[in-house]
Design a binder for this molecule. Structure first.
Ligand code: ATP
Length: 449
């Protein structure tokens, strides 16, 4: 990672905190590693990204059903899915400081390719290349570390009451597949979609919100006939690109990684990861996987309830296969923020060039001078009208007008509306200042509202 790129990441993290997008979690108590809190602008931006996804993949289609499953689920869910046994990362310890680290990340950082390596092979590579901890100390052997957070449900803590904070939203979809089939009897192909929190006890959370311990996912399980999975896979991939385009993410920063067999989950016959050129390097943004009938079959075996689908008007029954698009909200958000960030050298200012449809604030409204009651009164009127119409409109009368523009540029407000004497005494126009060009136009109030 070049220092210039690091600088960009640092600038974004600093802006995120300074301007009320994202704060380190529990900051007042010294923080809690891998957790982040969203401030007023961050939560709006995040929700807009999630709403756009919901609109795109659920509301605008007639083959998708939304669900919102509980985060705590019966432990059998995670036993049947294989998470209890295998949802693990390779852990090594710094033998001097006790710091715990990801073996594969240490090797990657040292320039070695670790795709598809087993725990034993990673251990071998660490020894062979004499990899040390970041503090320069010897490392322990590699061992597996299960990433699920466990807890107990109810007043008695024993083996039967163990549950987990879900490490993915997907299982909450699979466990509702039968409910939706029984209630709605959709034709194949159809999908179930869910958005919500997921938790992973990452060994070393890092890179801002990219690798967190608590994050949010947007996932779809799209059920298909086994013989035409490819068609649905390709169609979903196209839909994913359309969604990323609606977020303003340029296609030349997005790269397809056709995950080789050795690196795919054993049940997956095809997986494409979409990687994004983040300032921290090219990294996984989201995944699209063909998971066969692995999950529903496991549920059928473990629950003894049939997961078969019966084709309408026939006796044909089978367990549908599934295609899974899996998005991490934070990774999408981080891509959106990195793509929006622009240091405008000509005007010596930082601008977040969010596309208008997801900008947290659509208009900032202010009186030219805040000590002129007639300007303030008119500006309040304009503000109220715009706020009623759009919702995400901000009142801003702090400091002089130049400072206000700078602040609004940093939070990515596409347009600032200023009420001056011409508005009240002249032709009823206001100044509308464009974030990207800094150009100012006079616009009739009726047109604006
Ligand atoms: P990685 O290899 O980066 O750990 P993964 O392959 O384990 O990711 P999946 O299990 O496929 O990730 O999860 C689906 C999506 O959830 C990922 O593409 C990513 O967008 C998001 N995601 C996974 N882990 C995290 C995390 N710790 N923090 C933020 N987002 C995450």
């Amino acid at each position: 990672m070049s220092s210039q790129k690091n600088e960009k990441m640092e600038a974004i993290i600093s802006l995120a905190k300074r301007r009320g997008f994202i704060y380190p979690g529990s900051d007042v108590y010294g923080g809690l590693s891998g957790t982040w809190d969203y401030g007023p602008l961050g939560v709006t931006l995040k929700r807009k990204i999630m709403q756009l996804w919901w609109q795109h993949f659920v509301e605008s289609r007639d083959d998708m059903y939304g669900v919102d499953a509980a985060i705590l689920m019966n432990q059998k869910v995670w036993q049947a899915s294989g998470h209890v046994d295998t949802f693990a990362d390779p852990l090594v310890e710094d033998l001097k400081t006790g710091e715990r680290l990801r073996a594969d990340h240490l090797l990657e950082d040292a320039g070695y390719d670790v795709e598809g390596q087993t725990m034993a092979q990673l251990d071998e590579l660490i020894k062979q290349h004499g990899i040390k901890s970041p503090s320069g100390n010897e490392l322990s052997s590699v061992r597996t570390f299960n990433m699920m957070f466990s807890t107990t449900v109810g007043p008695v803590a024993d083996d039967k009451s163990v549950s987990y904070l879900r490490p993915e939203t997907a299982q909450g979809i699979f466990t509702n597949y039968k409910n939706i089939v029984d209630n709605f009897y959709p034709n194949l192909p159809f999908g179930l979609a869910q958005q919500g929190k997921a938790f992973r006890n990452e060994i070393s959370p890092r890179d801002f919100i990219f690798r967190s311990r608590e994050f949010e996912q947007m996932e779809i399980e799209y059920f298909v006939r086994p013989d035409n999975w490819q068609e649905s896979f390709d169609a979903l991939l196209k839909d994913i690109y359309d969604y990323l385009e609606a977020l303003g993410l340029p296609s030349d920063k997005i790269h397809e990684l056709d995950v080789p067999e050795a690196d795919r989950a054993h049940y997956s016959e095809k997986t494409i990861d979409l990687e994004y050129d983040y300032p921290i390097g090219r990294k996984e943004l989201l995944g699209l996987a063909y998971r066969t009938d692995f999950d529903l079959k496991n549920i059928q075996n473990a629950s003894s309830k049939t997961m078969e689908y019966m084709v309408k008007g026939t006796n044909e029954r089978f367990i549908p296969h599934v295609i899974e698009p899996s998005f991490g909200v934070e990774r999408v958000l981080m891509a959106v923020m990195e793509n929006a960030y622009w240091f405008d050298e000509a005007n010596d200012r930082i601008v977040m060039k969010f596309p208008e449809n997801i900008a947290p604030v659509k208009y900032a409204v202010s009186p030219l001078l805040k000590n002129k009651p007639e300007l303030v009164a008119k500006a309040r009127e304009v503000y109220a009208a715009l706020k009623k119409k759009y919702g995400n409109v901000m009142w801003d009368d702090n400091g002089n007008i130049g400072k206000r523009y700078r602040r609004q540029d940093e939070i990515g407000t596409p347009q600032c509306v200023v009420i001056d004497f011409e508005t009240i005494e002249g032709d009823g126009t206001v100044t509308v200042r464009d974030r990207d060009t800094t150009e100012q136009k006079r616009v009739k109030l009726d047109e604006l509202i």
